[in-house]
Design a protein around this ligand. Structure first.
Ligand code: DLZ
Length: 165
């Protein structure tokens, strides 16, 4: 299924873990904030809907998506945080910058996830234009923030399963 056909807010919720005692950090890029605030709202709502306690959700802002990696790393280093969700949007085509930012953040987030041995989720939209971003930030294709939160929940569950908990 191509991403244009997928609704980012529709997922399989079988066998989700109990996350009532799990702590989540949301790192939000301020660049294109009308989109990233919608991603945050979706992620926050999804975490709460599936059992996270509001007091167990913390947020930090970074100026742009390029800084998501370091912001997420700082949260991931905290022992009490179970998963980190990085939220941003880099509009392709607007500037060559996007190639550098997208690749750097994707690689950076992969690295810090492994280094800290906990889920760090790539909740970054990489649309061709603003309309595609709107469509994926609570629009016709759902909300990437919802999907990122659900991914965090599932990865927390997988980690527990593998640990035999
Ligand atoms: C500089 C820049 C540009 C051109 N585009 C975006 C973007 O589409 N999305 C985003 O999140 N951030 C962008 N930035 C900012 C960089 O991520 C970073 O904050 C700056 O390069 C730091 O000087």
């Amino acid at each position: 299924m191509s991403s244009a056909d997928k609704n980012l807010s529709v997922f399989n919720t079988e066998g989700l873990p109990d996350i009532s005692n799990k702590k989540f950090a949301l790192v939000v890029a301020e660049w294109n904030s009308e989109i990233t605030e919608a991603l945050f709202d979706g992620a926050y709502k999804t975490l709460v809907e599936y059992g996270a306690a509001k007091e167990n959700i913390v947020r930090g802002n970074v100026p742009g998506s390029f800084e998501l990696t370091l912001g997420a790393h700082w949260f991931a280093q905290r022992e009490d945080i179970d998963a980190v969700i990085a939220l941003g949007v880099v509009i392709q085509g607007e500037t060559k910058h996007n190639d550098y930012i997208n690749h750097a953040v994707a690689q950076g987030i992969t690295n810090i996830s492994i280094k800290n041995n906990k889920p760090v989720i790539f909740g970054v939209l990489t649309p061709n234009d603003m309309q595609q971003a709107i469509d994926r930030a609570g629009g016709v294709h759902g909300n990437k923030g919802d999907e990122a939160a659900m991914t965090a929940i599932k990865m927390v569950g997988l980690k527990e399963q593998i640990a035999g908990k």
